[in-house]
Design a protein around this ligand. Structure first.
Ligand code: UDP
Length: 569
């Protein structure tokens, strides 16, 4: 069936149901952004020019909101608890609905079971029940519940699952056998999913799919109005829980800030002013989302203390014309040295409170400085106060950008097909498609100059967007591609994982081994040993080791939409 854009959001609000504070928050957000969503849906519809889109049957099971997983979030919605996840789920619901898919939404185990066709009380029975959904969007909690209650069907149907996973899951941690053997086990488990089935809040590693969320958009008049009404000496602090004010050493930089600016906070409190918040700070208490945006419109500066990591608020601030000032982390925070990341399935090194803001936005909107260096901090404040900055929102965080991206995933990503097909990477058809590789004079880059043989299933993203680069020693492919203004594309590893490719890259191999290692294909230069990847599930853009130079499949991307290559729509 062809999917048709659905624009009557009142039906979605009904589907979401009620009762929980978290559901009320999500519905309010959807209602508030309705006009923006509708405008974006018209724009995307025009762009797609009537192209056929399949309508999918979709189950959305928000595991962290179920009583069975403790639902620790709902009671904290009004108390400054994390709202980022709720923001993202609200936007995902809006997108899937507007794109015209048929949705079922569940926030309890009972509803989940009845939708999966599992008879109540038969949870652990190894029944094979046909699954009435093409796609299931859930989170880590929901995944666990499905595994417990779907019996044998879980294994068969897990390729239809999409896991909303804020911080991302790298291939080395996802692969059960490899994680167990090599010390990548975490509390989040290893699910042997295709790494692109994990969908993140920011484009952390291209091994996962970037899902994202949206921020409120402004029209030209609003932008003008905001610009002329900015209070150049007003700062808002990022963080709504009193605990962030416990940060050691904050007195020094707060005193400097207080010399120049009036400091505002939106810290939750019950009856008394939270003792952690100094008296010179104007605390508004936790604000409803809309009022928070209004405060940002007035403010010049949005300042982070180092926590929470990577939430939506800095993007909202920048979209409302604030400059975001944040601390540089040196050394970077990671699962090795910071409690928050400990046990998370990622080796990512986080170089500031909000690396996306630092790397994808940067100056003049984002300043990342060393807070221990009072001079650097003070001159940043002075410079920020005297620069005029336009409100800015990257395209990928607009409603149109998100609709477009999720549309492309739904129509093109198929992890069931890959699971069912034998690995063809060494079959004769693929061998014959080697000739289209051509070596650039530049020596390290290979481009694909023809279409792949039509015997193969069409690759998505299309393989003509590929460029191959060799990493420096000890560099991850994520970084290698970034340095060439490209992005690593793990779907293309299968085209590189061949002996012949080493030759074409002028790499002399004294020997070639095929092993399970998330850094392969790679070469150990000094000993001229070449390594191929034995298990496609371990192909990984993330990861590096001082022993290897890696073969990196990079691709181009649309400006402001890193998830999509130029010909990806
Ligand atoms: N927010 C809010 N009221 C406030 C401060 C923030 O509603 O007083 C909202 C804000 O609009 C953002 C959301 O809280 O969309 C999540 O913010 P944050 O970046 O702090 O992420 P979290 O750590 O809560 O996931």
């Amino acid at each position: 069936i062809q999917a048709a854009f659905q624009r009557d959001l009142s039906y979605l609000l009904e589907l979401i149901g009620s009762g929980k504070e978290s559901l009320i928050f999500m519905k309010k957000r959807i209602r508030h952004l309705a006009t923006q969503w509708l405008r974006a849906s018209h724009k995307l519809e025009q762009k797609l020019e009537g192209k056929h889109r399949d309508q999918k049957q979709i189950l959305i099971h928000i595991g962290f909101l179920t009583e069975e997983s403790g639902d620790v979030f709902s009671p904290r919605v009004l108390k400054g608890g994390p709202l980022g996840e709720m923001v993202q789920w609200a936007d995902i619901l809006a997108v899937l609905f507007i794109l015209g898919h048929s949705l079922k939404i569940t926030v309890s185990l009972k509803e989940l079971q009845s939708n999966l066709g599992v008879p109540p009380g038969r949870g652990n029975c190894p029944l094979m029940v046909p699954l009435p959904f093409d796609l299931i969007y859930t989170d880590y909690h929901g995944l666990q519940q499905m595994k417990q209650h779907m019996g044998l069907s879980f294994k068969k149907y897990r390729c239809r699952v999409r896991v909303i996973d804020t911080f991302g899951t790298e291939p080395a941690y996802n692969h059960e056998e490899y994680a167990t053997l090599h010390g990548y086990r975490t509390n989040w488990g290893y699910w042997n999913l295709h790494p692109k089935q994990f969908m993140t809040m920011f484009p952390h590693t291209p091994d996962n799919s970037f899902m994202g969320f949206v921020s409120e958009e402004l029209n030209v008049t609003e932008k003008q109005f905001i610009k002329s009404n900015k209070a150049s000496n007003m700062a808002v602090v990022y963080g709504k829980e009193a605990s962030i004010w416990k940060l050691q050493g904050k007195e020094k930089f707060l005193a400097i800030l207080n010399k120049y600016m009036e400091i505002h906070g939106t810290v939750y409190y019950e009856t008394q002013r939270p003792p952690e918040v100094p008296a010179f700070v104007k605390n508004h208490g936790l604000l409803p989302q809309h009022d928070f945006q209004q405060l940002l419109r007035k403010a010049k500066l949005f300042i982070g203390f180092g926590f929470p990591y990577e939430g939506p608020a800095p993007l909202e601030a920048i979209a409302n014309g604030c400059v975001f000032l944040q601390a540089r982390f040196n050394p970077p925070h990671s699962s090795l040295n910071h409690e928050f990341f400990r046990g998370k399935p990622t080796s990512r090194e986080v170089s500031s409170q909000h690396p996306y803001a630092e790397d994808f936005i940067g100056k003049p909107h984002v300043w990342t400085v060393d807070y221990n260096n009072s001079e650097e901090f003070e001159s940043a404040i002075k410079a920020i106060m005297s620069t005029k900055v336009d409100p800015y929102l990257p395209y990928e965080y607009t409603s149109e950008g998100m609709l477009e991206r999720i549309h492309a995933y739904i129509q093109n990503q198929d992890f069931c097909a890959t699971a069912a097909l034998p690995d063809k990477s060494n079959s004769p058809t693929m061998q014959s498609s080697l000739s289209p590789f051509s070596l650039q004079p530049n020596s390290t880059v290979l481009v694909w100059s023809h279409n792949v043989s039509s015997n193969n299933p069409p690759a998505w993203p299309p393989v003509k967007s590929m460029q191959v680069w060799i990493s420096e020693i000890g560099q991850a492919c994520t970084r290698t591609c970034q340095r060439h203004n490209l992005v690593c594309e793990p779907e293309f590893f299968k085209f590189l994982n061949k002996k012949e490719v080493f030759q074409q890259l002028n790499i002399v191999c004294d020997s070639t081994e095929s092993e399970m290692n998330h850094l392969y294909p790679a070469v150990a230069e000094n000993i001229r040993e070449c390594y191929l990847q034995k298990d496609p599930l371990l192909f990984s853009c993330a990861g590096c080791n001082t022993k290897y130079q890696r073969l990196c499949p990079c691709r181009d991307y649309q400006k402001g939409q890193v998830a999509l290559c130029r010909d990806c729509l």
